[in-house]
Design a protein around this ligand. Structure first.
Ligand code: CU
Length: 182
């Protein structure tokens, strides 16, 4: 569905451009297109597929989050409902190697101090930067590099607000967000 949604968006944009008679108008349309960041388009597509998934299967919610070569996630908030199975896909939309710009998605238990966890994670290189034996992780993906993606499934924890991060060294200070269970 995401591919279809994107296709519709692209076709829509082409149609808009094609409708413009004057060169000026064309440029205007193109500017508008550029102003709409790929990020928000992706989010819209993701939201759509998520709600469609909800209508067909209330117990599973699909979430997609992207990481890039600029050390950023494209979302700083993810909302799910208590009791749902979360099917989360992390996509690395960059090109850089896992050893240089690796990303993972780590959901932390409430009360975990991000800085402290992040510092422990630095020492856990051999374990994909997840501290061995930690009880601070509810769910996590493996570490991936540019062009890769990974999907995990887990049960949403009890209602509340949780932090998610990328635990690659140094990334947690900007690659983080709120995971909200309603
Ligand atoms: Cu990262």
């Amino acid at each position: 569905m995401k591919f279809l949604s994107k296709t519709v968006l692209i076709l829509g944009a082409v149609a808009m451009i094609a409708c413009g008679d004057k060169k000026e108008e064309k440029e205007d349309k193109i500017t508008i297109g550029d102003g709409t960041s790929p990020q928000s388009q992706t989010e819209a597509a993701t939201d759509k597929s998520a709600s469609e998934m909800n209508s067909s299967d209330e117990d599973v919610v699909e979430v997609t989050i992207e990481g890039n070569d600029q050390m950023r996630f494209n979302k700083d908030e993810i909302k799910v409902k208590a009791g749902q199975t979360v099917r989360l896909t992390l996509k690395h939309v960059g090109e850089m190697e896992k050893t240089v710009m690796g990303h993972n998605w780590v959901l932390l238990t409430q009360g975990t101090v991000i800085n402290e966890f992040g510092q422990k994670a630095v020492q856990a290189k051999d374990n994909d930067y997840i501290p061995e034996g930690t009880d601070a992780v509810i769910a996590h993906t493996k570490m991936i590099g540019g062009g890769e993606e990974v999907t995990i499934e887990f049960e949403a924890p009890e209602a509340g607000e949780y932090d998610f991060i990328c635990s690659f060294p140094g990334h947690y200070s900007v690659m983080k967000g709120k995971f909200i269970v309603e």
